[in-house]
Design a protein around this ligand. Structure first.
Ligand code: UDP
Ligand code: MG
Length: 316
């Protein structure tokens, strides 16, 4: 196959139930168009039949290109692997494998691309999740917007179309703790958001556990903001001022009033409070250090076990 114009990049982790439906919808989408498509399926170390289904489709349809990662690396890394594999000459569309991001929006996104936009991202109009998760997302994105040094759009995820040159920049960014929606904003060029209804997951459960979501949220905050670490200095100044005031009050009481026994409880309170503040501060510093620690190891982001590409050759 000559180099395709468009690659659709889809990370998959234990998606055996939704994958056949996804393939159906993708086939409908790409068959009716004269654009040449390539579909890059990334099997992120699935333990169910996902890899087998990928195998089958890649051997029977040359538009499908599959890579199999050596283990489960997580959504952001799987996406990065897919982006680096994609060979599209014009643009790449990134979408989830559970059909929460409707592939049919491709043409709307592509129209913007032809008008000169380098990044077209989806903005979720409506999340069909439970109330708690919705509230958590709502608060997180607003905090992130407030404190990050780049303008990360509200309620946008990884669902997007990116031009070849944006994909090239992403491939050159070696950061280990990846937060692709933030990196995408950081790159710049002309970007536009398109509102869409985020569908419910078609089958199976979310593959993001609470701790993985927290990790992603922390990557968003600590990779794109220096406010947490600067906040420590402010906290330090504040605590010095509070303790000075307390000191002056104690002196006044000692010299001008009868000698009332002053504040054992107060003392204890202050010790515990500032003990806590110090631990939190250490934690915040630790978040930055741990990122430096993993980055300086300079390990490859992912390892590809095998791939099926063109003319049905399997490469190791
Ligand atoms: N995913 C992945 N590796 C993982 C977790 C998830 O490749 O370790 C894929 C998953 O199969 C799906 C996409 O990433 O295609 C988004 O995951 P999910 O739907 O579980 O996230 P949510 O929509 O709940 O945020
Ligand atoms: Mg999902």
């Amino acid at each position: 196959m000559i180099n395709p114009k468009i690659s659709l990049v889809i990370p998959l982790y234990n998606e055996e139930k939704s994958l056949p439906l996804l393939i159906d919808r993708l086939n409908k989408l790409i068959s009716g168009s004269d654009i040449t498509f390539e579909i890059v399926l990334v099997d992120d170390g699935s333990t169910d039949a996902t890899a087998e289904i990928c195998n089958q489709i890649a051997f029977s349809d040359e538009r499908y290109h599959c890579i199999f990662l050596a283990r489960n690396y997580g959504h952001q890394i799987a996406l990065s692997a897919g982006i680096s594999e994609a060979s599209a000459t014009e643009a790449l569309m990134i979408l989830d494998g559970d059909l929460q991001d409707p592939p049919e929006l491709f043409f709307e996104f592509y129209n913007y691309y032809t008008e000169g936009y380098d990044v077209v991202y989806g903005i979720r109009k409506n999340r069909k999740e439970n109330l708690l998760k919705k509230a958590a997302y709502f608060i997180f994105y607003r905090i992130l917007k407030k404190i990050s040094y780049i303008d990360i759009p509200l309620d946008s995820g990884d669902f997007s179309l990116i031009s070849r040159r944006v994909a090239d920049v992403l491939n050159k960014m070696p950061e280990e703790s990846r937060y692709i929606r933030g990196m995408r904003s950081w790159i710049g060029f002309k970007q536009v958001g398109v509102e869409y209804e985020r569908d419910e997951r078609i089958a199976g459960n979310s593959k993001y556990s609470l701790s993985m979501l927290m990790k992603l949220a922390f990557n968003g905050i600590f990779n794109f903001s220096e406010i947490p670490i600067k906040f420590i200095t402010k906290l330090g100044v504040f605590s010095v001022i509070v303790s000075l005031i307390y000191f002056v009050i104690t002196l006044i009481r000692k010299f001008f009033y009868i000698d009332v026994p002053v504040g054992f409880t107060g003392l204890l309170f202050v010790i515990i409070l500032f003990g806590g503040v110090q631990l939190i501060s250490l934690g915040i510093i630790g978040e930055y250090i741990v990122r430096i620690f993993f980055q300086v190891k300079n390990r490859p982001l992912f390892i590809i076990k095998s791939r099926i590409k063109e003319k049905h050759s399997t490469q190791q």
